[in-house]
Design a protein around this ligand. Structure first.
Ligand SMILES: [Zn+2]
Length: 140
């Protein structure tokens, strides 16, 4: 698909997003959840200081685990991957500084990551905003 077009094809959207994210991070599925109920994680890194990593958690690992799984739940994966990448963008914007540990600062960071996700998905022609908002609500 071309940037700027609108698509209802979740598989195409996940592929386009995965390609975009892979230019700046390593991304893969994992079964090693960092905590129960956690859907994904971003291990951020500043440019030139190594490679950032994003893991999308699953109970069962798709094969291969380092390519977009367009058969299981591509729409959900698109939202979650965009969100985790949003954390990387947020981390880079603040120059790698830590976020305060209090709940308000943590929530602000979550909301910021979702806003980055929304902006990025807009450029990729994503159009399933009800699903996006549902994932966002679940995570906040
Ligand atoms: Zn998050």
């Amino acid at each position: 698909m071309t940037i700027g077009e609108t698509t209802h094809d979740a598989a195409a959207c996940l592929r386009a997003l995965w390609d975009h994210v892979s230019q700046q991070t390593k991304v893969r599925y994992s079964t090693a959840r960092t905590a129960p109920g956690v859907m994904g994680v971003c291990l951020p890194c500043l440019p030139g200081e190594g490679t950032a990593e994003i893991f999308l958690f699953r109970d069962t690992l798709p094969v291969p685990a380092d390519e977009p799984d367009v058969n299981t739940e591509p729409l959900v994966d698109t939202c979650r991957l965009a969100h985790e990448f949003g954390h990387l963008l947020s981390f880079r914007e603040r120059g790698g500084r830590r976020i305060r540990a209090d709940a308000a600062a943590q929530l602000q960071e979550e909301e910021l990551a979702w806003e980055h996700a929304r902006s990025l998905l807009l450029t990729l022609g994503f159009s399933e905003w009800a699903a996006f908002d549902a994932e966002r609500e679940k995570s906040l």
